[in-house]
Design a protein around this ligand. Sequence first.
Ligand SMILES: [Zn+2]
Length: 182
Amino acid sequence: MSTDAVTIVLPAVDEPAVAFGTPAGRLILPGRALPERRIPIRPCLISDLTLSAREAATRAYAPYSRFAVGAALIMADDPAERIFQGCNVESASYGATICAERNAIQSAVAAGFRRIALLAVSTAAPADGPVEGRSPCGLCRQVIREFAGADTLIVLDSGAEGTIGEIVDVDRLLPWGFCLET
Ligand SMILES: [Zn+2]
């Protein structure tokens, strides 16, 4: 298995803000400006994490939604590159349910790590379905952002034959995500 890195190139985004006038004041559709990002990553790592996420999905506890999700990640600050897995764990008290992504992230954080290098998410959704059917929920996006850096990559597995799915960074996964950075 090759250990050579490839470079994932995420194109720059340059969307200007748009303003609308109202009698009470201006409304603004905020713009977005992201530089081109070039992130080196080993393809075998993407494969390994995707397979690990699929495996984790088989352990999901989802008697209510019957929507099994698995996640697998490695942390940038873990030199051993150990894989942390998570699955969704539902509860009869629906609000106590935790998603696979947060489950995996919390395990990694509890082990002492703080920055995600690569996260793969796999679901039981149809392989040819739209990305919205297998992308992280809003809660998870915010938690991913908490522990993501500019070079963090997120893989959204489609399970399709011959195609893993989509790959994004956190700025594209969660535009205008809340943060307290100063
Ligand atoms: Zn979620």
